[in-house]
Design a protein around this ligand. Structure first.
Ligand SMILES: [Cu+2]
Length: 202
């Protein structure tokens, strides 16, 4: 019961965390003690933290025009990608195994943010264009990239009006043609059609 005694000790030493609310709920922004850590001893730690924690794979160079994928809505409650609504018997996009592609994800200005998620592969974000002002204000480096864009991702949030370029490498160890999914991760969008199967051809 060590945890219990720590909690009781904390409550007796400070303000009662339950005093400022009623009915068992927490008020927005209210402080709430969750855990107290008591350090009993500090063993000597000799290892150095590496100056670089990890490295990203080299950015894939892709030839040719980007593949454009427009995030749309039909005005009748259905979301789509390039006008395609999900059909589990179709794969409107085909890529070759081992190729590198740039995908250009374009969202309408009058729209919603779409967290676009790809199965099977990770990607790098190359550029954000025409971001809404409040998003642009958070960009930290050139190309309009946001802090969360640096790294290998499987989901990128595409804001209204934005064009986001991502670099993909369709190398995988599986023989034969393979089908994967690409979709918005807002379930209401995915479920009304904003999802496609794509084929990686052997
Ligand atoms: Cu969406």
């Amino acid at each position: 019961m060590q945890g219990m005694s720590a909690m009781q000790g904390m409550q007796s030493g400070g303000a009662d965390p339950h005093a400022a609310h009623t009915g068992g709920g927490l008020m927005d922004g209210m402080e709430m003690p969750l855990l107290q850590i008591n350090i009993r001893s500090s063993p000597e730690y000799k290892r150095n933290i590496p100056s670089q924690l990890s490295r990203l794979p080299k950015l894939a160079a892709a030839a040719g025009e980007p593949r454009r994928l427009t995030l749309g809505h039909d005005g009748k409650g259905n979301w789509n990608i390039n006008g395609w609504r999900f059909n589990m018997h179709e794969t409107p996009v085909t890529v070759r195994r081992g190729t590198r592609e740039i995908w250009l994800l374009q969202n309408n200005r009058a729209s919603m943010p779409h967290p676009m998620h790809i199965h099977g592969f990770q990607f790098r974000v190359l550029e954000r264009r025409d971001s809404p002002a409040q998003v642009k204000a958070l960009a930290t480096r050139q190309n309009g990239l946001l802090p969360q864009d640096f790294g290998l991702l499987d989901t990128v949030l595409v804001w209204p009006g934005e064009s986001v370029r991502i670099a993909l490498d369709f190398s995988h160890p599986f023989e034969g043609d393979q089908t994967y999914m690409f979709h918005c991760h807002n379930l209401e969008h995915e479920d009304t059609g904003m999802m496609i199967g794509y084929k990686v051809k052997a």
